[in-house]
Design a protein around this ligand. Structure first.
Ligand code: IMP
Length: 178
């Protein structure tokens, strides 16, 4: 059993790179088919999606653009309470089909907030494309149209995902040792 140490925790190999790349290619083919004749804008959510986005985009054959974004939330001086903003959005998405590229959907709250904020920019459509989904943890109703792999409710690292900002730099995905 292949294990790695990330800071104080041990992780066990759970999804080899070959399997990840096969699923990334499958999802990219679905996007190429579904968006034929369109020019989607990919919005890759930093930090965790940087490796997934690089592999996914190289399988996309459509004319397309990509922006690397972050979701910022802060308490504003407004009656509506929390203000949310997408940082790094340097492409005008008005009237464009948007595909959000996320590393992992866990509770789904991050994606729910992202959708709400992006809708304010009036894109023609928004779809979520995630590398990983933990279906048991989902707390909100969310349409995750493109998903590479579904995983159990365990903490994972690798292929861009971190534990305390470490462990992003492995080719395979590892699950925390119980
Ligand atoms: P959500 O808002 O609960 O869906 O959380 C999504 C974010 O939590 C992801 O973009 C990741 O940054 C982080 N996250 C959730 N589960 C894991 C995990 O197992 N490993 C590493 N990061 C995770």
């Amino acid at each position: 059993m292949q294990t790695i140490q990330v800071k104080d925790k041990k992780f066990v190999l759970s999804i080899p790179e070959k399997e990840i790349l096969e699923q990334v290619a499958r999802v990219a083919a679905e996007i190429n088919r579904d968006y034929a004749g369109q020019e989607p804008v990919f919005l890759a959510v930093l930090n965790g999606s940087f490796i997934f986005a690089a592999d996914l985009l190289r399988e996309i054959t459509l004319p397309s653009q990509i922006s690397f974004v972050k979701l910022a939330s802060y308490d504003g001086v407004s009656t509506t309470g929390k203000i949310r903003e997408v940082l790094g959005l340097n492409i005008d998405i008005t009237g464009r089909p948007v595909i959000i590229v996320e590393d992992i959907v866990d509770t789904g709250l991050t994606m729910a907030h992202m959708l709400e904020t992006l809708e304010g920019h009036n894109p023609s459509s928004i779809a979520i494309c995630t590398l990983l989904l933990k279906p048991e943890k989902l707390k909100v109703k969310l349409d995750v149209k493109y998903r590479c792999l579904e995983i159990p409710n365990d903490f994972i690292v690798g292929y861009g995902l971190d534990y305390d900002q470490y462990g992003r730099n492995t080719r395979d995905i590892y699950t925390i040792e119980k």
